[in-house]
Design a protein around this ligand. Structure first.
Ligand SMILES: O=C(O)CCC(=O)c1ccccc1C(=O)O
Ligand SMILES: [Mg+2]
Length: 328
């Protein structure tokens, strides 16, 4: 049962939070937070996403705020630090915000950057983490198969944990996976899961070794759990520069998974210069707790989005709810 639009809008708070560094081309993150009988939920699809895609994110927020509790088998979950495309000299300072972590995800393949810069960033992260640290890179589909193969060679000395979405399409991932077969460099699918019409297609095609799962784009914790079970591959739980409300949704998924062999991309509260709670889910000793997050009224007010942005998010929520109503 979906709540009525007016019930959702009456429970909605739209915030705009500053980021510590530019990420995906933006320096601020907007989110609509919903308060329902089961707690708080976050609806924060990226601004350029259409209503169809945004509707899955809304389903996840409604599940969190109106849905049934989800069985949990962990009190805390291990997280990685996420390194945006910053100059090498800034890496140590950005990573310090995450505290002691054993795993870092390095964003690579930015169209405005060179492979040499990506290699220099990974080298600096390896220097900081030492040999026991784990490093994964995320290309967000930015490489061709040849470029990804070149990058894999250039990064071969850094003992990478996996390549996340090195190429955009499932066919390219499959081709790259074949070329890297003797290398033991696993490929993780992210966009091929969360932006695909069929999130299981990449697993069925044998085009990835791992799946990245995110609660909002996959339409909620329950659906994400089903996708992981059906994919039959180890999963990495991640997020989308969420507020601590959204990160708590991710932690709930991570806590409910039968296996959790990889550190989760849920440490990104460290990239927010402000959050909606005085007790944000910032990593401590490489972990975040699995617990409900209640925004502070004063912080919701202090970071309230401008009125025209509130109106924009309310319209977007109505349209996304309309999509959910016809699809269910
Ligand atoms: O997984 C992480 O470490 C953090 C989340 C992250 O990288 C991300 C954040 C916003 C948008 C896309 C992505 C991504 O994984 O591609
Ligand atoms: Mg990714």
């Amino acid at each position: 049962m979906l709540p009525e639009p007016d019930e959702l809008l009456a429970a909605a708070h739209v915030v705009r939070l500053p980021l510590v560094t530019r990420f995906r081309g933006v320096t601020e993150r907007e989110a609509l937070l919903l308060h329902g009988p089961s707690g708080w939920g976050e609806f924060s699809p990226f601004l350029e996403y259409g209503d169809e895609e945004a509707s899955a994110w809304l389903a996840a927020a409604i599940e969190a705020a109106w849905g049934d509790p989800i069985a949990s088998s962990r009190a805390e979950v291990p997280v990685n630090a996420t390194l945006p495309t910053v100059p090498v000299e800034q890496i140590a300072a950005v990573l310090e915000r995450f505290g002691e972590v054993r795993t870092v995800k390095v964003k690579v393949a930015d169209a405005a950057e060179s492979l040499a810069h990506d290699v220099a960033r990974v080298r600096e992260v390896r220097r900081i983490l030492g040999p026991a640290g784990r490093i994964r890179v995320d290309a967000n589909g930015g490489w061709s198969v040849d470029a990804a193969e070149r990058a894999a060679h250039a990064l071969a000395g850094f003992d990478l944990e996996y390549l996340e979405q090195p190429c955009a399409s499932i066919d390219e991932l499959a081709e790259l996976r074949e070329r890297l077969h003797d290398w033991q460099l696993p490929i993780a699918a992210d966009e091929s899961v969360r932006k695909a019409d069929d999130p299981l297609a990449v697993a069925r095609a044998g085009a990835a070794d791992l799946v990245v799962v995110k609660v909002q784009p996959l339409g909620g914790v329950a659906r994400a759990l089903r996708i992981v079970a059906e994919a039959g591959l180890p999963a990495i739980v991640s997020s989308a520069i969420d507020t601590s409300v959204g990160l708590a949704m991710g932690a709930r998924l991570a806590a409910a998974l039968p296996e959790l062999d990889y550190d989760c991309g849920l440490g990104t509260a460290a990239l927010l210069a402000a959050d909606v709670t005085g007790e944000p889910l910032t990593p401590v000793d490489g972990r975040i707790p699995v617990r409900p997050v209640e925004p502070d009224a004063a912080l919701l007010r202090a970071h309230a989005a401008p009125p025209e942005r509130v109106a924009w998010w309310h319209d977007r929520l109505r349209r996304a709810l309309g999509v959910l109503r016809v699809s269910r």
